[in-house]
Design a protein. Structure first.
Length: 186
């Protein structure tokens, strides 16, 4: 018979697996408590980093439908539950693992899909959501500006033609030259 406190822990972990934007599984073997505290601070307020018991984490992952993660829980495991931008969390974890090689990225879940450690690293190489949105807005503005100038071009061209015709009529041509007064035609 499972203990009630363990059942509550599994239910809490399963809810975190379900409600998080992304989940990144790490191995923290060899990191000091000070390093773990530094990692938690560097992840920010949108990410909760929890050291988990493998047996409870496996049960919670199964309960949450994250069956692909079950095999990844071995050795000292910790999970980063991401509620904000997954790219920023992946960058923070990657940067921390460069400074502290004892932190190993094992994989995770992104939008309900299992991702391995290499995909987490590729995710960290992406630009942040804000930068991507700014680039998209710039591209949309440029295409709208091009469309506006494309629509204005025929009107501008017509105006130039009309102006050229006006100036041509205003200038006297060779047929309009005045006949000298001393020449008489009979």
């Amino acid at each position: 018979m499972p203990r009630p406190d363990k059942v509550a822990d599994v239910a809490e972990l399963a809810e975190k697996f379900r409600s998080s934007e992304a989940v990144v599984l790490t191995e923290y073997r060899g990191l000091s408590m000070a390093a773990l505290s530094e990692l938690r601070r560097s992840l920010g307020s949108d990410v909760s980093y929890s050291v988990v018991k493998n047996t409870l984490a496996r049960l919670a992952a199964k309960e949450a439908g994250a069956d692909d993660l079950v095999e990844s829980f071995s050795g000292p495991s910790a999970v980063a539950f991401v509620d904000g931008d997954p790219v920023e969390a992946a960058k923070s974890l990657r940067d921390f693992s460069k400074a502290h090689p004892a932190l190993v990225l094992r994989g995770g879940m992104l939008s309900g899909r299992f991702v391995d450690a290499a995909e987490v690293a590729r995710l960290a190489d992406l630009e942040s959501r804000e930068v991507l949105l700014a680039k998209l807005a710039g591209a949309m503005k440029a295409s709208m500006s091009q469309a506006a100038s494309l629509f204005a071009a025929p009107l501008a061209q017509t105006a130039r033609v009309v102006d050229a015709l006006r100036s041509q009529r205003a200038e006297p041509g060779p047929a309009d030259a005045a006949v000298p007064a001393d020449e008489t035609t009979e």
